[in-house]
Write a protein that binds this ligand. Structure first.
Ligand code: HAM
Length: 426
């Protein structure tokens, strides 16, 4: 076997019958629906580079997070610059918004689609290069703005045909309330330190709030008695949280309040949310996001409120296939032309070209050999029709076109072929 791709990465290919979620036409379908939805809600596309200065992610995602402390693909370039393959999109988008002065108009709504890189343990649903569709809304601090983006994510899944999703909603409050909660949690956990899992004990030193996210059963048992973050919110944060809940209720979006929702990035304040599916394994979060007021200013931009989310495209496709949602048909030609003889070959080449100029997807059989093989190839490609073109057809100006679905054949003047196909297919 030749050189294989490194662990945790994969190719997106035209066909993969074992892992259909890798098929490129499905990626195109999902990305098109994502773009359509983003535009429908007034978001405009932004594309940022795949790598950034390392400092950007340390300052925004947070030094103590798993992402920054152990998952980044960081390297020095030939000019000794410290660079990192982006582990997420938000920090890069903020950097670009500030650098390109996109915020002159105060409010701005952006979306992006692209690969992200994290050195995580590669396993089902977790990759080292994965793809996100993300949304960032700047300049609107209202609860409705949070609800609008949750609605966008939820409606996107409805449009893709995914069912049975759970929206988990929480609030981290502002910096003060979170610091107060942090102290209360530390005090509580201090008494249980020896019973906590090793991972949680490490988190206790570095980032105690993340212990709430522990999957360890014993940790979960201990946490049942832990103080609730929601009891530490300021009155303004409580009002904001109530506003988000009311707005979601008014749109009939089902959600569940989760006072343990802490997320893996440090920049969040107030609203946080995740959309999860029970049809995925351990890594069941399809979408994660929340409000991050303050980050734009910290990175040198104006002091404007911001909120956003990102959806994992791999997991989205995996859940769609698991749930057997209706998928679009694969791209296939309308007509497959099989030439016979030298003259037929020349004319078939021109014919296929003229049909394509009319927007009719057509293909020519280039292999020499029996006509039957050409018809078999036409069926393999899923072509709607096929015809053979040789001297006799050219002399009489009459073709015999085969309908590959019914198996019927029709005689038809060569000159009316475009019209025949157009009537049938446009
Ligand atoms: P995140 O929760 O780190 O948030 O990632 C969002 C989504 O990306 C996850 O829910 C998951 O579907 C997908 N994802 C993350 N890591 C992997 C992986 N290793 N393999 C496969 N899929 C993965 C963020 O990245 C924030 N920037 C979201 C955000 C935008 N918050 C505000 N604005």
């Amino acid at each position: 076997m030749g050189i294989q791709a490194p662990p945790g990465v994969f190719d997106i290919v035209p066909e993969d019958s074992k892992n259909r979620w890798k098929e490129s036409y499905l990626w195109a379908h999902v990305e098109n629906v994502m773009k359509e939805m983003a535009l429908l809600y007034g978001f405009k596309e932004i594309r940022t580079p795949i790598f950034e200065k390392t400092e950007l992610f340390c300052r925004s995602v947070g030094e103590a997070t798993d992402i920054v402390s152990k998952e980044m693909y960081t390297f020095k370039d030939r000019g000794e610059r410290d660079l990192t393959l982006r582990p997420e999109g938000t920090a890069a988008v903020l950097r670009a918004v500030i650098e390109n002065k996109l915020l002159d108009k105060q409010s701005l709504k952006l979306f992006y689609i692209g690969p992200m890189f994290r050195y995580e343990r590669a396993q089902a649903g977790r990759f080292r290069q994965f793809h996100q569709f993300g949304i960032e809304a700047f300049g609107n601090g209202s609860p409705e703005q949070d609800a609008e983006i949750i609605d966008l994510a939820y409606s996107l899944y409805v449009k893709l045909g995914v069912k049975g999703l759970k929206v988990k909603l929480g609030s981290l409050g502002n910096k003060e309330s979170r610091n107060q909660y942090r102290s209360a949690l530390i005090e509580f956990l201090q008494n249980h330190l020896t019973s906590l899992s090793e991972e949680s004990r490490i988190r206790f030193e570095k980032n105690p709030l993340r212990i709430l996210d522990s999957k360890d059963e014993k940790d979960q048992e201990i946490l049942k008695e832990a103080p609730s973050l929601l009891n530490f919110l300021s009155s303004e944060c409580v009002a904001h949280f109530e506003g988000v809940k009311n707005a979601l209720t008014s749109l009939d979006i089902p959600f569940e309040v989760d006072d343990r929702l802490v997320r893996g990035l440090d920049y969040y304040q107030k609203t946080v949310f995740e959309i999860i599916s029970s049809d995925l394994g351990a890594h069941n979060t399809l979408c994660g996001g929340g409000r991050y007021d303050g980050l734009l200013k910290e990175l040198g931009g104006p002091d404007l409120p911001c909120t956003g989310f990102a959806i994992g495209i791999e997991r989205t496709l995996q859940v769609m296939l698991k749930q057997e949602v209706a998928l679009p048909p694969k791209e296939s030609p309308v007509l497959y032309v099989i030439p016979m003889g030298e003259k037929g070959r020349k004319e078939a080449f021109k014919l296929v070209n003229s049909l394509r100029r009319l927007g009719l997807k057509s293909e020519m059989h280039f292999e020499e050999g029996k006509v039957g093989k050409g018809f078999a190839k036409a069926s393999d490609l899923g072509s709607r029709y096929a015809l053979a073109l040789g001297e006799r057809e050219l002399e009489t100006g009459t073709l015999e076109i085969k309908d590959l679905i019914s198996g019927n054949k029709h005689a038809l003047p060569l000159a009316s072929l475009p019209q025949f196909l157009q009537n049938d297919h446009l």
